[in-house]
Design a protein around this ligand. Sequence first.
Ligand SMILES: Cc1cc2nc3c(=O)[nH]c(=O)nc-3n(C[C@H](O)[C@H](O)[C@H](O)COP(=O)(O)OP(=O)(O)OC[C@H]3O[C@@H](n4cnc5c(N)ncnc54)[C@H](O)[C@@H]3O)c2cc1C
Ligand code: SF4
Ligand code: SF4
Length: 555
Amino acid sequence: MSSSVDLGTATAIIVGAGPAGLAAAIALKKSRPEADVLVLDKAAGAGQHNLSGAVIEPGPLEAFLDWARPDWREDAQAKKVFGRRVAREDTYLFRGRDSAVRLTPLLRAARGLGMGPGHLLHEGDYIVSAAQFVAWLADLARQAGVELLYGFGVDEVVTDERGRAVGVRTVPQGLDRDRQPLRHHQPGELLRAEVIILAEGSRGFVTERWVEKAGLQRRQVQLYSVGVKQVIEVSPERYQAFGEDRVIHSIGFPLWTPMVGPGMTGGGFVYPMGESRLAVGLIMGLDWHYRDLVPQEVFMRMTEHRMISNLIEGGKVVEAGARMIPEGGWHAIPRDPGTKAIGQGNVVLVGDGAGLVDMQRIKGQHNAIASGFAAGMAAAERLDQPDTIAADYTRRLEANGVLAQMKAARNFRQVIARFGNLFGFPLTAVANALPQLTVEADYRTMTRAQYPLRFERPFDKDAFVASARVEHREDQPVHCEVLDESVCRDRCPGTFGHPCVGFCLGGVYEMHHGEMRPANPSNCLHCKTCECKCPYDNLRWHVPEGAGGPHYEIC
Ligand SMILES: Cc1cc2nc3c(=O)[nH]c(=O)nc-3n(C[C@H](O)[C@H](O)[C@H](O)COP(=O)(O)OP(=O)(O)OC[C@H]3O[C@@H](n4cnc5c(N)ncnc54)[C@H](O)[C@@H]3O)c2cc1C
Ligand code: SF4
Ligand code: SF4
């Protein structure tokens, strides 16, 4: 570990300036203006690492904004960010490349009967650009007096000899490939705080290490999916024909087709983003079996479906990106084994970092905001007894309905993981009547099978990375680690044929003379798929020097 500088003490440090972290910061600072509230984010600027769909449930968002900024509806920028809402929606089962069955009436019927799949309707939701939404929240935080530091990756929660968290350590800057200091070197900084809120999003690097160190436990292993997305500028006529109040969702092809396969889970979406831009995305469960799968190729297959291709024909990709989603839900929330708190003492987990994505709705933004709000209020109320914050925060999540909602969806994803789409999807209607199901970590599900719908020509990952505007300082230490090179050399090729070359969305990993190398770490999208999909659990992602990674403006 590198040496570090002790930079003094803040009242609270929040790791991650996504919706969860910013909601927490605003809530705390507005409630206790005397508190020093510091938010650290590894992105170069506000919103640049925040990729989502996104349709946002209005309830928790409006409750938070009405509290934090009662006149938000009059704000010119807010009018832009929240200017589109879902009035029309179509959900399809794609039965192959050309055929689709509209499921919306079935979903409406399910909603009428109070059944789980009815939650897949989105009428009234806000349709937002995640990057722009987060940038606006960051402005709100600054106006409230929160200190926001971009370009600072956090490496770990620092604890004292009794195991109590005393602060965080930032990632050192200005090291060369061999970890030797360059002229502009800045060692990792120790930032002390009474309260630490971990809001790193999906599979947070600091969060996961702290969960292990503090002994938090999940009832079930976390499951993930990866979402691949392009923002496509289409002709004004096509955009107008689509409409600004409409969203499309799909299940089926190219993830699964009844009887024929492939057998994957997930679904696609098309959302209007303003300025003649359509966001087209595909979310695929990481429990796929195919050793040669390239996520972007599967995404491109979806765009070939006539319902999608008709919308985007002649369009130009203006941005692209990818990120993982935690899908395990209720059973995969890490908790203190003694107190059942989602955190411990003066450390709490919020948003995707806590796994608060409701898979019945396929949404996490509303819970990210609600959990951040709850964490900020708990911290404000308990500042004099910081070691009681995690328990207070968890009680607030019970009171505000977040945990009830997570519990209601507790078996949704697991049923599909266990029984597949054909039988599992209908079974989700009665999922909660089933006992807790055992599921395997995503990296264990790979087989020798090949994805049946592959492209003839390889997907251009360099172009994809360029569309995400990914940049890292080239000669910094490599942040994508192969744990045991002998596994890559001796075991993996004969069994799986080094699948990381295909599934890494940034094209980071390459085979050179029989050796696996993270050859292009500066292409990394920070999606963390590699950590969860290497069949030998042989890859680790570390937080690189601050300000590297994607630079999303819309995603
Ligand atoms: C393709 C896709 C589509 C989605 N669609 C929807 C949708 O339509 N509706 C919906 O409600 N939800 C959707 N979601 C889920 C939703 O995006 C998340 O639930 C939500 O963004 C979680 O917010 P968060 O603040 O917890 O994390 P994030 O938004 O991921 O923010 C985490 C922040 O932490 C920073 N960070 C991480 N680690 C560190 C570190 N070590 N040091 C410093 N900074 C760090 C990151 O840079 C980032 O800014 C979608 C997700 C994906 C991937
Ligand atoms: S990193 Fe994992 S997937 Fe890649 S070659 Fe090594 S063992 Fe195989
Ligand atoms: S190295 Fe890992 S985190 Fe980076 S792009 Fe590849 S899969 Fe994603």
